[in-house]
Design a protein around this ligand. Sequence first.
Ligand code: BGC
Ligand code: MN
Length: 324
Amino acid sequence: MLIRLCQHSFHIYDLLIFSGALTLIVYILLPHRFALRYDYIDRKHMEESLLAETTTNVSRTQLSADDCSYKEVIDGSSFVYDAFHREKIHRGEEIRLGGEYQPEECRARYSTAVIVPYRDRQEQLAAFLSYMHNYLRQQLIHYRIFVVEQSDRKPFNRAMLFNIGAKIAASYGYPCLILHDVDLMPLNSGQIYACSALPRHMSSALDSWRFHLPYRTLFGGVVAISTAQFNMINGMSNLYHGWGGEDDDFYERLKVVGVEICRFDPAYSEYTMLKHKHEIPNENRLSLLRSASLRIHKDGLNSLEYKELERRMHSLFTHILVET
Ligand code: BGC
Ligand code: MN
């Protein structure tokens, strides 16, 4: 009897090990079996989803030129994160002081402010700037890179730096904001750096998550949002000091005003993340997040307080140094 029982439990134990091992093998070999499904805009509908709007100087200076065409940029999307695009800046003389570019051969239909919150990541910033200027110019858009640096030693306040960058970008007339981590690089040339009618989560297929989206409401990493929509939700919260939660809060704000988000086809949304040491999570983030919808009208652009210590035009970016 005892022997029989042992044999029986041995079978169940065996089965558990076997199915566990099988799951692991499937997980490693066929990651897409576990991928979260989400809605996305397919290639054919990408261009029509974009908001064609530029700063006034683009529309004024190139009255005679034809509008740029984006069909080839989108249809010809390919992997471009290679040594050629990464290692040095090509035709650097095309880039204006302050890190601005607009194509000469045609009139850009999109003007985008790329806003990068920053502190203590010199090597990553250098890699970001050279790759992104090569990457962005092939898209035939008008853009400018703003780096907003937190000078003080308080915990890093990513969302507040975005608010500051957004306010300054708006003062230069940019109708579209791309809120961008310095350690993320797009891999596919066709992820157009322009805003869509709905705010767009651009980095939905990240290599460090095996190109999967960990949860459907993730709205961090790289997002595009029109300046008008950003203003409508009072920007982001200023209260998240340290890592995590501020992007979820941002998503909650959009939910409160009933604005959905969108994504492009995952084949256009692949990003790589540069390695860095683990950031310390903000212990308050979950309790803050619970009150996100209540704070939208009093915590954000309208309560933003900071000191601008310096604004300097570098050859590859506009540097805004602030005390938070
Ligand atoms: C955090 C977010 C972060 C996400 C992915 C969440 O738990 O709240 O801020 O972007 O994880 O790392
Ligand atoms: Mn990171």
